[in-house]
Design a protein around this ligand. Structure first.
Ligand code: CFM
Ligand code: HCA
Length: 530
């Protein structure tokens, strides 16, 4: 394991691909301000792990909102394969609906592509109104809709007039941008323009907060809310795990925004800061240290000694409950190594929790992170680093009679930064050990090859590569879906994670698999030979 780990991975590429992929890899050197290429198009033919713009808009940001109907306007596969595959949990509020279990799609067929699909979309809205009678409908367009030019915005406006509901259409066609990230941006813009600021819910507490970028995967959001309520905070809304339209609509009345996943929702945090003056704080409720630090930062923000004291009481109480189990897990896992490859912030957030369990991260990367996720905000303002934004409508936010775009030029950014203190935060690179590797948009070939060279004891990734990695003899846990476990956030979540990693790592199954590199020099051939 040396400098040439990435060189060995790159050696099979032709000159053009070599040059491209080389810029997406680096070896951590804390003495340098390191830069990485990110948020650029994947090379055609490479088996990238990334998803599409529609996945980011419909699946990630809008999908978890439970009291609205979300119609996929496109061929049936887009709706079907994004149905129930992300583990954003939701339960209905008393007397209120939970539509997240359903799949609504217009099922576009060839004649619709030729003659237009808006008729089908209108019919779908009528049917939804008849069957479900929701107060809000959202529409998410997939690739062919953009290509044939269906005016989904007009259909939405018409539905609003006809039914007196809120109907928001998103042109989040899959091909837009370079990854899911463009879809996050489009979804954020729509929520800002059409939902936030329209609600009538009044927060009761002066310690009122929103949690942004928390999608309640495996119940993570519920665990965070439990801790925050115990301290005395009022959670006005969560974006968007187990989310409700009316609360999201009233979120501008909260006193502070917490940003858990920065990648998918920084746009809303920035826009709410500009438009409503709601400050935001970067938090990380993954890992004990992360959770404790985040809670202390929140108390410091509100500056009330009683709140700070209550925070310390809750921390002590929660820690006492989990400390023994964490120590026991650490005793078993200490000295192991891990690789992490997830979409965005999790590859960073989980490193702290792993460290608490004695597991060192030797390789980490994001599917679609931007440079600021790697390098930190001081290095480059995220808002301008938006290769995926070329096709995205930008919202204008007004401040002091001047107009700012939510997607700012450097000049606009500098002006605005002088006007309001924009948040700074560290990227992943700065938190990693010297000599470890960072790879952006890791592909299947590179994952195999890095496994061979770095031999991490466990690989945290997603469904696309989990079984290939596992058949190669290494524990692979899904950090997207938590392999149907969780929650992993907060104090209790940390213990659940520790237990799951122990169970996985110490299963006797590994003795029955021989990693390919033990029997041959390359990865070609059958897996599992003795
Ligand atoms: Fe944020 Fe997420 Fe992530 Fe993400 Fe995702 Fe996800 Fe993820 Mo999958 S919003 S960037 S687009 S933390 S769905 S809940 S697990 S890739 S690391
Ligand atoms: C998405 C959703 C996903 C996919 C997970 C995976 C999720 O990107 O469209 O590839 O295992 O978390 O459900 O990231």
């Amino acid at each position: 394991m040396t400098m040439d780990a990435s060189a060995r991975v790159l050696e099979r590429y032709n000159a053009k691909v070599f040059k491209n992929r080389k810029e997406h890899m680096l070896r951590i050197n804390p003495d340098e301000a390191q830069q990485i290429t990110a948020n650029t198009r994947a090379i055609p033919g490479i088996m990238t792990n990334r998803g599409c713009c529609y996945a980011g808009c419909k699946g990630v940001v809008l999908g978890p909102i439970k009291d609205m109907v979300l119609i996929t306007h496109g061929p049936v596969g887009c709706g079907f394969y994004s149905w129930g595959t992300r583990r954003n949990k939701a339960r209905a509020e008393e007397g209120e609906p939970n539509f997240t279990q359903y799949c609504f799609t217009t099922d576009l067929q060839e004649p619709d592509i030729v003659f237009g699909g808006t008729k089908k979309l209108k019919a779908a809205i009528d049917e939804v109104m008849q069957l479900m009678n929701p107060k809000t409908i959202m529409i998410a367009a997939t690739c062919p809709v953009g290509l044939i030019g269906d005016d989904i915005q007009a259909v939405a406006t018409e539905a609003e007039q006809q039914y007196g509901i809120r109907c928001v259409a998103y042109n989040c066609e899959g091909y837009k941008g370079v990854s899911q990230s463009a879809g996050h941006h489009i979804a954020n813009n729509g929520l800002m323009k059409r939902v936030i600021g329209t609600g009538s819910y009044e927060p009761a507490s002066k310690y009122s907060i929103n949690i942004l970028g928390e999608y309640n995967i495996g119940g993570d959001g519920w665990e965070q809310e439990r801790i925050l309520r115990k301290i005395g905070y009022e959670v006005v809304s969560v974006f968007t795990g187990d989310g409700e339209i009316e609360r999201i609509a009233s979120s501008h009345k909260a006193n502070l925004n917490l940003v858990q996943c920065h990648r998918s929702i920084n746009y809303i945090a920035e826009m709410m800061k500009i438009k409503y003056g709601v400050d935001w704080l970067k938090v990380n409720f993954i890992g004990l240290e992360g959770t404790i630090e985040s809670l202390r930062h929140m108390a410091a923000y509100f500056g009330d000694p009683a709140l700070a004291q209550r925070t310390e009481e809750v921390i002590a109480e929660e820690l006492a409950e989990v400390q023994d189990e964490m120590a026991a897990a650490k005793a078993r896992l200490d000295g192991l190594t891990a690789a992490l490859f997830v979409g965005g912030s999790r590859s960073h957030h989980y490193q702290g929790l792993l460290k608490e369990l004695g597991v060192r991260t030797v390789l980490a990367g994001y599917e679609f992170g931007h440079r600021d996720d790697y390098e930190g905000r001081e290095v480059i303002p995220d808002i301008k680093d938006d290769a995926d934004s070329k096709n995205i409508e930008h919202i204008t936010v007004e401040k002091d009679e001047k107009k700012y775009h939510a997607y700012l030029t450097q000049e606009e950014y500098d002006k605005l930064a002088a006007l309001i203190p924009l948040e700074k935060y560290d990227g992943m690179i700065r938190d990693m050990d010297a000599g470890t590797f960072v790879v952006d948009d890791l592909n299947m070939y590179e994952a195999d090859k890095f496994m061979e060279v770095l031999k991490p004891d466990m690989f945290f990734s997603g469904i696309k590569d989990k079984y290939a990695l596992q058949k190669a003899g290494t524990l692979s846990r899904q950090l997207h879906s938590y392999d149907y476990s969780g929650p992993y956030a907060g104090f209790k979540g940390a213990v659940q994670f520790a237990k799951d990693v122990c169970l996985g790592y110490f299963t006797p199954a590994w003795h029955m698999v021989t990693p390919p590199w033990k029997t041959r020099a390359t990865l070609q051939g059958t897996v599992g030979e003795k």
